[in-house]
Design a protein around this ligand. Structure first.
Ligand SMILES: Cc1cc2nc3c(=O)[nH]c(=O)nc-3n(C[C@H](O)[C@H](O)[C@H](O)COP(=O)(O)OP(=O)(O)OC[C@H]3O[C@@H](n4cnc5c(N)ncnc54)[C@H](O)[C@@H]3O)c2cc1C
Length: 391
């Protein structure tokens, strides 16, 4: 960790202990940042207006699949995703050891399936693109794919295996973080942040909330999809984050005979396994503002496409469906870093990859808090959108 220009690392930690850090939002991003900061000895308060983990976090499938989405227009995002996936095993191991709770993290791998010849052509093209990035997904013919996953549609045309991908249960991870934060003395306050408190020089000295004023010498803003309409953030630094609605379906199966071992994906759906025999089907992607209604069309589409990929889902118990809001940004990169306002760090805009990017975001915020400037963070600097007209 860097020592920063304003004193040694320990001095800075001590200075911060006096008034502490406020984290706004207890989604996975806010909780992971609080965990990291508290681990350095900082006095941390998290302010959440509803329940911890009640936003996009509880809806997410929990795939830790940096190249799984096969979207390669975004090399900088890929780089961040790969970095964060490398951090995951240690991140969850530390948390699980501290709390004794299972986060549902499993190194399963992922199988991307082409259900007809056209899809196979597209999948091969994407795999070649992945190879050009130095990645190593493997092409499997139909028989080899069904040897790995016996339940997938017999009419498949081929598949790509990504052995490195993993899954976590975002709700279990939230519960473990809550327990871990309690052990580390972090207070989670139920209330809404309504304003920043600043000194005459403009530096942040705290937040106004519906539960009163809290002093802090550092504020970490992690309000997820609400960042773009967060009136408590000054116009010049309020980021252009928009909500992108996604629906997921939860099915329950037999823990001793899981319908699949790996993450399965086709062009139109993915199936993420949980250790207890459940699966999560995801996800729709809809530009519907802040609407979080589950729709018949959304559920129908997910069930239809999951059935095409893995017919056994028809026998599973329907547990429920849920919708949430991904914090989307204009360039699909997150916003992690200091702002033009001293003492205010943004940690939002994680769009489709917030579960995956949580450990990296936490590490970055931990380093920034003590004056570090991680060079690998440049692409996600909030500065790229500052001074734009607020949305
Ligand atoms: C359908 C779907 C599937 C997904 N699947 C995956 C996946 O498989 N893998 C992956 O990596 N990512 C996935 N994601 C993306 C991931 O869920 C998000 O990127 C991530 O959860 C964002 O976390 P967050 O903490 O920023 O936001 P949130 O979880 O939305 O939390 C933000 C919190 O801030 C609180 N808040 C906002 N404003 C205030 C305020 N003023 N005062 C106090 N509190 C406030 C909110 O109440 C909320 O609890 C998926 C998302 C969706 C919708």
């Amino acid at each position: 960790m860097g020592s920063g220009s304003g004193g040694t690392y320990m001095n800075r930690v001590k200075a911060r202990e006096a008034s502490g850090v406020i984290v706004v939002g207890a989604g996975l991003i806010g909780l992971a940042c609080a965990w990291e900061l508290a681990g350095t000895g900082a006095k941390v308060t998290v302010v959440e207006r509803e329940e911890p983990g009640c936003g996009a976090t509880r809806v997410a499938a929990g795939m830790l699949a940096p190249i799984g989405e096969l979207d390669f227009g975004e090399p900088e995002l890929l780089e961040l995703n790969l970095r964060s996936r490398r951090l995951y095993p240690d991140f969850v191991a530390t948390l699980e050891a501290a709390t004794g709770l299972d986060t549902g993290y499993r190194h399963t791998g992922a199988l991307h399936v082409a259900l007809d010849r056209d899809e196979a052509g597209e999948l091969r093209r994407i795999m070649e693109l992945q190879h050009s990035y130095g990645l190593d997904p493997k092409w499997l013919g139909p028989m080899a794919a069904r040897e790995l996953e016996a339940g997938i549609s017999p009419s498949l045309a081929g598949a790509v295996l990504v052995e490195e991908d993993a899954v976590v249960d975002p709700r279990a991870l939230t519960a473990a973080l809550r327990a871990g934060l309690e052990d580390r003395g972090v207070r989670i306050v139920t209330g809404e942040v309504t304003g920043l408190v600043r000194d005459p020089a403009g530096k942040v000295t705290g937040t106004e909330t519906t539960r009163g004023r809290f002093d802090a010498d550092l504020v970490v803003a992690a309000p997820g999809a609400f960042a773009g309409i967060a009136n408590w953030l000054p116009d010049e630094i309020r980021p252009p984050v928009r909500p992108v609605k996604g629906q997921t379906v939860e099915l329950r199966g037999d823990v001793d005979e899981p319908v699949c071992e790996r993450i399965l994906g086709s062009e139109r759906v993915y199936i993420a396994p949980r250790p207890d025999g459940r699966v999560i089907l995801g996800a729709t992607s809809e530009e519907m503002g802040f609407d979080t209604r589950v729709t018949g069309g959304g559920v129908h589409e997910l069930l239809r496409e999951a059935y095409r990929l893995l017919p056994d889902v028809a026998e599973m118990e329907f547990v429920g469906a849920i919708a949430g809001l991904r914090p989307g940004t204009p360039d699909n990169l997150p916003l992690i870093g200091p702002t033009a306002i001293e003492g205010l760090i943004l940690a939002t805009g994680h769009y489709r990859n917030g579960i995956l990017l949580a450990p990296l975001t936490a590490k970055a915020v931990g380093e920034l808090a003590v004056g570090g400037e991680p060079e690998w963070l440049l692409a996600s600097s909030p500065a790229r959108f500052e001074h734009q007209e607020a949305r």
